[in-house]
Design a binder for this molecule. Structure first.
Ligand code: IPE
Ligand code: IPE
Ligand code: MG
Length: 253
């Protein structure tokens, strides 16, 4: 697997994905929802590979939201088992492919077994640089923000910072994904056009792509469709179209 040279400014550096529609995919086939989650793993695995091949530096996947605990116990426990088995079976291959794995979210609620698999995966792949794979598990955008507020409050109370030092930059440094560029492209499959408490602060200027494709059916062509759409966007960051020139904010001329 070779990586394409990524000098292409129309290619996102960081892609964030809400992988939605596993349950509906299964329902259409008269299968249990868990079969949809299993099928979803295959689509996930391929997307990771595609990002590495295309030279996209970071991929953040929403695997389990802090609200997903409200699902039936049986679905939650089968998802947890799937996380453990997938991590354990894929880790060596991901490592060989130069993927660095990082989990974001409150992992303390997971079983010891899953926490151990997460720690092992992060440790094994810590020095890899080809693709940063962030897996959001028991993650919520509001949780992320509240954590940042708590951390800054502690620093303020301890006298380590002044009120004036609470800036957007200082706040951002307390959030998950601080070491990476903000997502350029957000993709949500499954037809819903909502964020569902995924990254909130971090997607302030992200391009949002929604597709009806159900997650297990998200294939090479579907990803290319999202990338082609992204390549046509003119990112203005508050400026006028004339100021930013070409698409992607590249200066004309
Ligand atoms: C997304 O698929 C996977 C998780 C939330 C873990 P869903 O399970 O939400 O699938 P639908 O939305 O019911 O089809
Ligand atoms: C968002 O999907 C969470 C993940 C994909 C992990 P949901 O299926 O939980 O979102 P809602 O409930 O439809 O908003
Ligand atoms: Mg859903």
């Amino acid at each position: 697997m070779t990586t394409q040279q990524n000098n292409d400014q129309t290619l996102p550096q960081h892609v964030a994905v809400v992988m939605d529609g596993n349950g509906r995919w299964a329902k259409k086939r008269f299968l249990p929802r868990t079969a949809g989650h299993k099928a979803g793993v295959k689509a996930t695995r391929r997307l990771v590979e595609l990002c590495a091949i295309k030279g996209i530096g970071a991929l953040t996947l929403f695997a389990f939201s802090s609200e997903n605990w409200s699902r039936p116990d049986q679905e939650v426990s089968s998802l947890m088992s799937l996380f453990v088995s997938t991590l354990n079976s894929e880790i060596n291959k991901l490592h060989e492919q130069g993927v660095r794995i990082c989990f974001i979210g409150d992992r303390t609620r997971f079983s010891e077994n899953l926490q151990a698999s997460i720690a092992a995966a992060e440790e094994k792949t810590a020095a890899n640089t080809r693709l940063k794979l962030n897996i959001a598990a028991n993650y919520g955008g509001r949780w992320d923000i509240v954590n940042a507020v708590r951390s800054l409050s502690r620093k303020l109370a301890d006298g380590d910072i002044s009120e004036e030092q609470i800036t957007e930059q200082a706040f951002t440094r307390e959030l998950c994904l601080v070491d990476q560029p903000e997502p350029d492209l957000f993709i949500r499959t499954g037809g819903e056009q909502r964020i569902s408490n995924f990254l909130l602060w971090q997607i302030a200027y992200t391009e949002l792509f929604f597709t009806d494709t159900l997650w297990p059916e998200f294939n090479d062509a579907a990803f290319d469709e999202a990338l082609d759409w992204y390549a046509t966007r003119q990112r203005r960051f508050g400026k006028t179209g004339d100021q930013v020139g070409d698409v992607q904010g590249r200066q004309a001329g």
